[in-house]
Design a protein. Structure first.
Ligand SMILES: NC(=O)c1ccc[n+]([C@@H]2O[C@H](COP(=O)([O-])OP(=O)(O)OC[C@H]3O[C@@H](n4cnc5c(N)ncnc54)[C@H](OP(=O)(O)O)[C@@H]3O)[C@@H](O)[C@H]2O)c1
Length: 270
């Protein structure tokens, strides 16, 4: 029986993945910042709910150790925890800038580093990083989030070669819009009252993005199935788009020059 360790399993994609993998007969180490609040996952078969805050390295080590103690071995690490800072770059304070990278990039780096000795000792393992179409194309007012997801893509692509020498696979899952807490309580809205200059533009872009979310968003269960496919894929496939909107956007990206693609995006936000 295989075991997956998931970060950010308290809600959204991470939670849906915990439920789906458990239903498919996997052991699940469902990690989260506040496990004491969890009421359902800990009632499920083969699910260990435990604390992991990607900002606290010692909780990463403890969660991995507890997972190995309970299930003997971890086969897959799902780096899922993340959120978006949204707003004009000028409106972001230093703490907001740093936190976006601490969670979305350094969180992935520290968790990956922490699992690698176990994967090397097991002579195998798979790391799945939740990136996004936002890791390959960019929209306005999301510069910090895009920068963090582009970083995850580069990190993962480089590790693909380096880890292959130890029979460890790394894959990225790239969802489009997903109906989760991502656009609600998890958003970090960058507002600086002195930046009225961006006011009208911000309203326009946010309205367009919210409209796009209402029209095209996948349920987190669909992303969980793509993650499951990636976890069970014996091939060296690296990227897995998830959601019809993600497929559409990336098709549009590869079929157009930089200039044409960016012109289309600019027109959409004007
Ligand atoms: N929703 C989308 O449209 C979309 C699209 C593409 C990619 N993604 C990516 O999918 C991933 C999951 O997001 P989601 O859509 O499922 O949103 P979500 O429902 O807001 O879930 C985010 C999860 O990350 C956790 N988290 C935040 N900071 C953390 C930290 N310091 N340590 C550990 N966990 C932390 C949250 O924990 P708490 O419950 O404690 O806050 C929560 O469990 C993110 O990486 C996101 O960038 C989302």
């Amino acid at each position: 029986m295989k075991t997956i360790l998931i970060t950010g399993a308290s809600s959204g994609i991470g939670r849906a993945a915990a439920v789906y993998f458990s239903q498919q007969g996997w052991n699940v180490v469902a990690t989260m910042r506040s496990p004491e609040k969890e009421k359902e996952l800990n009632q499920m078969d083969r699910v260990l709910v435990t604390k992991l805050d990607v900002l606290e390295k010692e909780t990463i080590a403890e969660a991995i150790a507890k997972g190995i103690e309970r299930f003997g071995k971890i086969d897959v690490l799902l780096n899922n925890a993340g959120y978006a800072a949204v707003g004009a770059l000028e409106a972001a304070n230093d703490l907001q800038i740093k936190k976006q990278f601490d969670v979305n990039v350094f969180g992935v780096i520290h968790t990956t580093k922490a699992i690698l000795p176990h994967f090397r000792a097991s002579q195998g393992g798979t790391i799945i990083n939740i990136s996004s179409t936002a890791g390959r194309v960019a929209f306005p007012l999301l510069s910090l989030y895009h920068a963090s997801k582009f970083a995850v893509e580069g990190l993962s692509e480089s590790l693909f070669y380096e880890l292959a020498t130890h029979h460890i696979k790394i894959k990225v899952v790239e969802p489009g819009n997903v109906a989760t807490d991502f656009t609600g309580r998890s958003l970090d809205i960058l507002t600086d009252d002195s930046l009225e200059a961006y006011g009208a533009y911000t309203e326009l872009v946010v309205n367009k993005q919210m409209e796009s979310f209402r029209k095209h968003s996948s349920p987190p269960e669909l992303i969980a199935k793509t993650i499951f496919e990636a976890a069970n894929d014996p091939t060296d496939r690296f990227r897995y788009l998830a959601g019809e909107d993600a497929e559409f956007l990336m098709r549009m990206r590869v079929e157009n020059s930089d200039e044409n693609f960016m012109k289309t995006i600019a027109a959409n936000f004007s």
